[in-house]
Every structure is written in structure tokens, then in C-alpha cells.
Design a protein around this ligand. Structure first.
Ligand code: CUA
Length: 368
């Protein structure tokens, strides 16, 4: 678990009663706090980088952004100090000193060539420097050549979840991106991410891994990550995209190359057939109900593409794109009324009977 700075936790504790956690965490640049409800049991190998601190980059493109971020903050801090300094000086120096102050008008001064030149030229120079610095960073990150064998991911934004495709591996999953860890000294292992949208504009943002890049309908954008640390990195959609924008959460699970390979092998295999009577009934219910029109499970008649692919649903850490941990209890609550967990989401309340609920939960939990 990464350190939670006392100041940040103090502010977040202070804000909690007043605004939704997601908003508080957004204000604090800490999307991680938004998905606290979706915490799975963490083992040491799945350390969760909960507070997504933009000042603690753990991936190459995020590192490339750190220096310009400090420069911009320093310049802004300088401007803040100068403006506030002048303001305070004027407030003190020209404060009213007695009733006679109100009897005469202060001297009226019109036009000062020197001052006007200063407040025109200096801001122009500052903006020019900022433009150059930003342009350099953008070019440096965007034009980074990707190795031929770089892992490729196609990430498609939907209201309100993420479709994750590995075109070269034939894997489709949702809301969780698995990638191998890279190292600063060893061979670079970047992951090239192709960003698209199925509906409206979304934005990919995993603060410790890379800056924001939008997912725009009818346009293909690109970004890349190259994490130097294993663990779970929390991210979210950073562009308002409708009712459940705040619950469009994303996890990047960075693994050792061996663990990543194991995950890939598992994803390529079909889920085992359910063995319990209740799960077998659940499979039947799944196909009898209209679940199949929105969800896909490989090698079954479920071919829907409107909702997330459920082929390996049971090994995901969360459900509903991060609104809750993927446990039997939460899955049950989700199926009873998805709108209660994620108001406005497009998964309908299927009015399932208690038997159908139990059997569907049992079946979905076999999808590993
Ligand atoms: Cu998708 Cu905000």
C-alpha cells in the first residue's frame, strides 16, 4: 500500500460528508479513493497503488510529464505570490486611516506606458515558455517509437465501462488491463494502447502511468504505458460522459512477465463447465433470459456486444466497472437491481426470481 499523506487524508476526511467520494477524490487527483468499495483482498503481489499520486510517476510516459508539471506549477506559484503580494501591499498601504480620507478623492492616474508594457510583454513571454515546454513534452511522448513486439491493446470506451481487447492474443475483457512490468535497466516492455469510443467522448487516465488521452468517437487515438512496478494501478474516465462518469473506473494490473503469461494462457482457455446443479441451472437461465443479447461468453450462444464480455468474469476484481468488489454478495445485489449500485446504468433490472438470482450468481462465479 502506498503512503497516504496525512494532509491528503485530512482533506479527504473533511470533504467526505459534503460531497460524494468520487468528487472528493477527483479534486485530490486520487481516483483510487473512488473505488474503495471495490477493494478485493490484496495479497503482497497485488499491491494496490490506491492513491494515484501525479507526483509519483511509476511509468515512463508519466515520468516524462513530471518535469514540465513542476515547471508549470513553479511559474504559477511565482505569479500567485507576485499578485497576492501586490494585493496585500496595496490593502495595507492604502487602507483608510480616518474619517478625513472620505472627504477627498485619491489622485486619478491614467495610462502608464511602462506598466502597460510590463503586463503585456511578461505574460506573453510566460505563455510562450509554457507553450514550448508543453509542445516538447507532447512530441516526446507521442513520437516515442514503439518496439515491433510491443504489447498492443485496443481500449474502447462505453457508457460506462471499458472494453479491453488484445488483438494479437485474441483476448477480450473489460475494465481491467493486464500488462507485463518493464524495467529501467532491462529490455523495455511498453504497452501500446489504441483508444476508441463506442458512443461519446471518454478519457483514459491512470495518473501514475500516463497523462490523459481522450477516446473520441470516429477517431483513433494512441497512448502508451511502461510501468516499472507491479501492482494494481487505479484509473478512471477523465472526461464527463454522462450519469455514471464517476463510476467508469479502470484498473491496470501490472504483473511480472511470467504472471502475465499465465493470465494470457488462462484467458485463452474456455471457462470450465459448471458442475454444481445450481450453477448448471444458472447457465440455462443465462441463455433463457435476455442476458445473451448484451453479453458474450466465448463458445456459447451468448454473443451480445452491448455489455462487457463475461467469458472470464469471475477472475475480475470488480463488477460494474469498479463500483463494487466482485464477490457473490455484491453480484447478487447487482443482479437484483443494477440501478441501485450504479444509478442510470444501462443494465436493466431483469426482475429475477430468488432462485434465478442464486443460480445466475453460482454460474457467473464459475467463469474463470
Ligand atoms: Cu467515460 Cu467519463
Amino acid at each position: 500500500m502506498t503512503d497516504v499523506s496525512p494532509i491528503r487524508s485530512y482533506i479527504s476526511g473533511f470533504l467526505k460528508p459534503f460531497i460524494p467520494t468520487a468528487t472528493a477524490s477527483f479534486l485530490l487527483f486520487a481516483p483510487g479513493a473512488a473505488s474503495f468499495a471495490a477493494e478485493p483482498e490484496a495479497s503482497p503481489s497485488s499491491e494496490i497503488h490506491r492513491i494515484a499520486d501525479i507526483f509519483a510517476p511509476l511509468s515512463r510516459p508519466a515520468e516524462l510529464l513530471l518535469e514540465p508539471t513542476y515547471l508549470v506549477l513553479l511559474i504559477c506559484l511565482g505569479i500567485f505570490i507576485v499578485v497576492m503580494g501586490v494585493l496585500v501591499y496595496v490593502l495595507i498601504k492604502f487602507r483608510p486611516r480616518g474619517p478625513e480620507d472620505h472627504l477627498e478623492e485619491p489622485p486619478q492616474v491614467y495610462g502608464s506606458y511602462n506598466i502597460e508594457m510590463a503586463w503585456t510583454v511578461i505574460p506573453c513571454l510566460i505563455v510562450f515558455v509554457l507553450v514550448l515546454v508543453s509542445a516538447r513534452s507532447i512530441v516526446e511522448i507521442q513520437d516515442q517509437p514503439m518496439p515491433e513486439d510491443a504489447l498492443k491493446i485496443r481500449l474502447i470506451g462505453h457508457q460506462w465501462w471499458w472494453e479491453v481487447q488484445y488483438p494479437h492474443l485474441g483476448i477480450i475483457t473489460a475494465n481491467e488491463i493486464h500488462v507485463p512490468v518493464s524495467s529501467k535497466n532491462g529490455p523495455p516492455r511498453p504497452t501500446h494502447i489504441i483508444l476508441e469510443s463506442a458512443d461519446v467522448i471518454h478519457s483514459f487516465w491512470v495518473p501514475q502511468l500516463a497523462g490523459k488521452t481522450d477516446l473520441v468517437p470516429n477517431r483513433v487515438n494512441h497512448t502508451w504505458i511502461e510501468p516499472f512496478k507491479t501492482g494494481v494501478f487505479l484509473g478512471n474516465c477523465a472526461e464527463y460522459c454522462g450519469t455514471q462518469h464517476a463510476n467508469m473506473l479502470l484498473r491496470v494490473i501490472v504483473q511480472t512477465p511470467e504472471d502475465f503469461q499465465k493470465w494470457v494462457e488462462n484467458q485463452k482457455q474456455l471457462p470450465s463447465e459448471p458442475k454444481d446443479a445450481i450453477a448448471i441451472q444458472g447457465k440455462k437461465d443465462f441463455y433463457d433470459l435476455s442476458c445473451v443479447s448484451c453479453h458474450k461468453i466465448d463458445s456459447t450462444p451468448a454473443e451480445g456486444v452491448f455489455g462487457p464480455d463475461l467469458t472470464k468474469f469471475a477472475i475480475r476484481q470488480t463488477l460494474g466497472a469498479g463500483v463494487a468488489a466482485n464477490t457473490a454478495e455484491n453480484l447478487h445485489a447487482w443482479l437484483v437491481d443494477p440501478d441501485a449500485l450504479k444509478p442510470g446504468c444501462y443494465m436493466p433490472d431483469m426482475k429475477l426470481s430468488p432462485q434465478q438470482l442464486d443460480s445466475l450468481v453460482a454460474y457467473l462465479q464459475t467463469l474463470k
